[in-house]
Write a protein that binds this ligand. Structure first.
Ligand code: CMP
Length: 185
């Protein structure tokens, strides 16, 4: 191996190590084996943002699951005729973007970098593959969605121009997730 190759190899290993460290800090992923962690680490894409950047926009089609490595991000609901409403602040070790990926709906809210933020993002197909091999992660994700949904629904309802259909109940959520990924259990 040439010096350049050895250097590139060392840089790559350091980068994968960094990703693994972050993945180990995500509660839902603690069920994964080293091999599975490594596979996800290989697939992640580094995504840095400056303070104030829009990371993902309400209403957009989803392509990525984001995991925060560093910094804080604000989840804001944007009503049609009012200013953005702060729903939550997310920090290192937390993820976002799971709702639209799992349900097939558009992005439910806008996520903005509150500080400089470093994320890694996993493409939808790889996320889907992970859920297919590890349905317990799909269930864990649905629990996270169920815990996040009430705050989102409260704001949505407060700013609804017309009473819309009731947002899906928790029991329905898992079946929608399973349908979206073709999971049968
Ligand atoms: P998604 O709908 O794909 O895009 C916006 C994201 O904001 C959403 O997925 C969740 O990850 C996140 N989000 C929405 N509501 C909340 C909440 N109440 N608490 C934390 N995160 C949320």
């Amino acid at each position: 191996m040439s010096r350049d190759e050895a250097h590139a190899d060392a840089v790559r290993k350091r980068e994968i190590g960094r990703r693994l460290e972050m993945l180990r800090g995500v509660d839902l992923f603690t069920v994964l084996s080293e091999e599975e962690m490594n596979e996800i680490a290989e697939r992640l894409q580094y995504a840095p943002f400056a303070r104030g950047d829009v990371i993902t926009k309400q209403g957009n089609i989803a392509h990525w699951l984001y995991i925060i490595m560093f910094g804080e991000a604000e989840v804001r609901y944007e009503p049609q005729h009012a200013s953005p409403q702060l729903i939550s602040t997310l920090r290192a070790g937390q993820f976002f973007g799971e709702m639209a990926l799992l349900t097939g709906d558009a992005r439910s809210a806008t996520v903005v970098a509150k500080t400089d933020v470093e994320c890694y993002r996993l493409d939808g197909k790889s996320f889907q593959g992970l859920l297919l091999t590890r349905p317990e992660i799909a269930e864990g994700m649905s629990r996270v969605i169920s815990s996040r949904r009430p705050d989102l629904d409260k704001v949505r309802e407060a700013f609804a121009t017309q009473p819309g259909p009731a947002v899906s109940e928790q029991a329905d959520l898992l079946s929608r997730i399973r349908r979206f990924f073709g999971l049968r259990r």
